[in-house]
Design a protein around this ligand. Structure first.
Ligand SMILES: Nc1ncnc2c1ncn2[C@@H]1O[C@H](COP(=O)(O)OP(=O)(O)O)[C@@H](O)[C@H]1O
Ligand SMILES: [Mg+2]
Length: 232
């Protein structure tokens, strides 16, 4: 299997005043193409830090990060930004859509910023994704005219529209009620199964984790278990 994400002994220490906070204390993790991984663990154990380092948004204190065969730790800032644009899609707990743009406007903006090829290819990808996410009818709504679940589906569409190698999602159902959570989780599972999209998702929700192929458990900056789920 081909690794999309490899971290080797990643460490991240934040300096707060005169105090060192050891958020990651040696994370070695491999995610293969097409996998759907859930990361769980108590608040403060380093999950978001790991996701930000994995996405090239944060530079680790030490260790190595390889994305789709490229050594990110050896890159300049500009190369790392470019890698992030080409290869990574982020989904956040608080959707982070542009409030003045419609759903379609948010997607088009993402395409304009991130896309390598600016011809018809991306609108074809957009149509497929909107269909899968059942968003075609909501394209002309602005975020405030959408439910939380719909906003998160737009945010997911935005993250996948440029067909990134890897989707990183930080508690994507953290602000949703159980019904909307289920819809969003179904969508993520669909993207994984139907488009082969690789996904790494942080969650506190055991049901959400139960939809993944593998659950990585963290405690205090370390991975304490890393098990494939057995499906009945
Ligand atoms: N920007 C930051 N500056 C200083 N400390 C931080 C920063 N971000 C996170 N931390 C600390 O690092 C640890 C891990 O945080 P985080 O990765 O957000 O954990 P989680 O997502 O699992 O709740 C916590 O102790 C947190 O307070
Ligand atoms: Mg977090």
């Amino acid at each position: 299997m081909q690794a999309i994400l490899e971290t080797i002994d990643l460490k991240m220490t934040y300096r707060v005043g005169k105090v060192d906070v050891h958020a990651l204390r040696g994370i070695t993790l491999t995610v293969n193409r097409g996998e759907y991984i859930a990361i769980m663990g108590p608040s403060g154990c380093g999950k978001s830090t790991l996701l930000h380092v994995a996405g090239g948004m944060l530079t680790p204190t030490s260790g190595r990060l390889i994305i789709d065969g490229e050594d990110v730790t050896a890159m300049t800032d500009a190369q790392r930004t470019e890698m992030r644009r080409r290869k990574i899609g982020f989904v956040f707990q608080r959707f982070n859509l542009f409030p003045t743009l419609t759903a379609e406007g948010n997607l088009k903006l993402a395409e304009r910023i991130y896309s390598k090829h600016r011809n018809g290819a991306e609108s074809e990808a957009r149509r497929r994704i909107l269909k899968l996410l059942k968003l075609e009818e909501k394209m002309h709504h602005k975020p405030l005219e959408l439910s939380g679940g719909e906003q998160q589906r737009v945010a997911i569409a935005r993250a996948v529209v440029n067909q990134p190698a890897l989707i990183l999602a930080d508690e994507p159902t953290g602000n949703l009620d159980s019904e909307n959570s289920k819809v969003v989780l179904d969508m993520l599972r669909g993207l994984n199964e139907e488009l082969g999209q690789t996904i790494v998702m942080i969650t506190h929700n055991p049901e959400a984790a139960g939809r993944a192929d593998r659950v990585v458990e963290m405690r205090d900056g370390l991975i304490v278990s890393n098990d494939a789920l057995v499906r009945g």
